[in-house]
Design a protein around this ligand. Structure first.
Ligand code: TNX
Length: 512
């Protein structure tokens, strides 16, 4: 018998039965809302399938007993029955159905409609973790909107349900904000980018390298594009979580509105590394941040908002008069205390509006404000420690999930920021999550992989960095184990899906 295709992530239970069912064309589909429409869209593109009426086909039924993202599929002679209690559950059922079909349905076809053959089977499935994310930094290098839309589809194909968009940083501001036009007029454009790999910090000017390649770079998404992205994501089962990084990583905003800074900067940063030029600690800076977040909340309704908080040196506060005044007023004697005060102001305002704030793990260095979800990136062990301390945690540790790190050391490997993260190491991510105490597991929301784009300039490079490593993280977060994915061979014909999807996935490996 023909070998079954690899399902990634693997479902909780999958029983194959004798027989097959060939999808008819036209295809009757009942129920299913936007997720049924997506199934029809994909099969239409790839195999010219039209939706019609008649017996058989695909039937969506609501089953309120099932958990939020759970679904059931039954394929038999009479057709396909799908049960779920939510649109998300339906979205994941559709993705499993597509993976039961020939791998070529991940492409644009043409695929023979007659080849749309499903095995008779029963599947019951639900995810281990609720937060299964892909982070993309669109600030260091602006990435096209079309690429974001395609990325959503590949994410959905892996049942990843959070797109964390790093929309602002020193090197560029990528989202229009009502009332602050200079953020995108000025803050989205830089005059150049440091050439090659940035050297270690200089004794005189630290990470502020004065030279660059003189090639202007920039861009931003329109509000209409963002609304479109959020709606499309929702149909696919994905939530888009915007990040506005503060009070460090703010040079792009400071160049647009100099009163926000402690020193003047002319344009968004042209080098990488950690900037000393942070937001001042004034009432007007806090008001600016709250205005921005208020507006961002209207573009991403119902989503948590990530407020960054990473790598904020804060030394400028010690010599900037107005920031000093604030520190005195609020009783902060160190930069850590000052940053903790700032995070609390922002977090409290978000929580009052019913928005869940998320911040990077630097926030653990001060008193963590109530209601803040912590995203752990530096020390992997902090995942368990933060959950034990009573915080909701999202695991994003460098060691296992920084996909800007090298996947292999073969000749012709692209320039990367550093690090080494082959598939065998990625497959150990789940061990870290399993090591969290049973009594704290409920606070471990899940995890995500990151693409920082200092050395990544295009979607094709993003794809090279993410796939197939991202499929391993998706598998671990959904299924709770790495399966066979510690080696390239273990991905089986899932790799053909990535090829059909047109992804520039990384074929190189150091495996023997
Ligand atoms: C650290 S992760 C950063 C980013 C860089 C990344 C490069 C984090 C919260 N901050 O600003 O892009 O390392 O790997």
């Amino acid at each position: 018998m023909k070998k079954l295709t690899t399902l990634i992530p693997s479902p909780r239970t999958f029983t194959t039965l004798d027989g097959t069912y060939t999808l008819p064309n036209p295809l009757p589909i009942s129920g299913g809302g936007a997720q049924a429409a997506y199934l029809a869209e994909r099969l239409g593109i790839t195999a010219g399938v039209r939706v019609g009426s008649g017996d058989g086909g695909v039937r969506f039924v609501e089953n309120a007993q099932l958990a939020r993202e759970a679904y059931r599929i039954k394929v038999a002679d009479g057709g396909v029955d799908i049960e779920a209690s939510t649109p998300q559950g339906r979205a994941w059922a559709v993705q499993t159905l597509l993976q039961l079909l020939p791998v070529s349905v991940w492409g644009d076809g043409p695929v023979e409609p007659k080849s749309l053959v499903l095995p008779h089977c029963d599947i019951e499935d639900e995810p281990k973790f609720a937060w299964r994310g892909s982070h993309v930094d669109v600030s260091r290098h602006f990435l096209s909107f079309e690429g974001l839309l395609s990325h959503l589809e590949v994410m959905a194909g892996h049942k990843l349900n959070v797109l964390h968009l790093h929309l602002t940083d020193d090197q560029g501001w990528r989202i229009p904000i009502t009332g602050y036009p200079e953020l995108t007029n000025k803050g989205a454009w830089r005059p150049g980018t440091i050439e090659g790999h940035q050297p270690a910090a200089h004794p005189d000017f630290g990470d502020d390298w004065p030279t660059h390649d003189g090639r202007p770079h920039g861009g931003f998404y329109t509000r209409e594009q963002i609304q479109h992205l959020v709606a499309r994501a929702s149909d696919l089962g994905i939530m888009v979580v915007p990040e506005i990084d503060m009070p460090g990583h703010m040079e792009a905003a400071v160049c647009a509105y100099p009163e926000l800074g402690c020193v003047e900067v002319e344009h968004p940063r042209t080098s990488w590394g950690i900037s000393q030029h942070v937001l001042s600690l004034t009432d007007s800076s806090v008001k600016f941040c709250l205005d921005v977040l208020e507006d961002v909340a209207t573009l991403f309704p119902g989503s948590p908002i990530h407020i960054g908080g990473d790598e904020c040196p804060g030394q400028e506060w010690l010599t900037h008069g107005p920031s000093q005044e604030t520190m005195k007023r609020v009783g902060a004697t160190t930069v850590h205390e000052a940053q903790a005060w700032f995070e609390k102001e922002i977090t409290t305002a978000l929580v009052e509006r019913g928005i869940t704030p998320v911040a990077w793990d630097e926030v653990l260095e001060g008193e963590v404000p109530a209601g803040l979800n912590v995203m752990v990136w530096r020390d992997a062990k902090a995942v368990g420690a933060a959950a034990r301390a009573g915080h909701n945690v999202i695991a994003a540790p460098m060691e296992f999930t920084y996909f800007d790190w090298a996947q292999h050391k073969q000749p012709n490997a692209p320039l990367v920021i550093g690090g080494y993260l082959p598939l065998a190491k990625v497959a150990q991510f789940i061990d870290l999550l399993d090591a969290v105490d049973d009594s704290s597991q409920g606070r471990l929301l899940g995890g995500q992989f990151q693409i920082w784009t200092e050395y990544v300039r295009s979607w094709s490079r993003v794809e090279y960095q993410i796939w197939p490593r991202g499929a391993s993280i998706a598998q671990q977060l959904w299924s709770g184990h790495a399966g066979e994915l510690a080696t390239l061979a273990g991905f089986g014909d899932h790799l053909d899906r990535l090829t059909y999807a047109g992804l520039n996935w990384c074929r190189d490996t150091d495996e023997e």
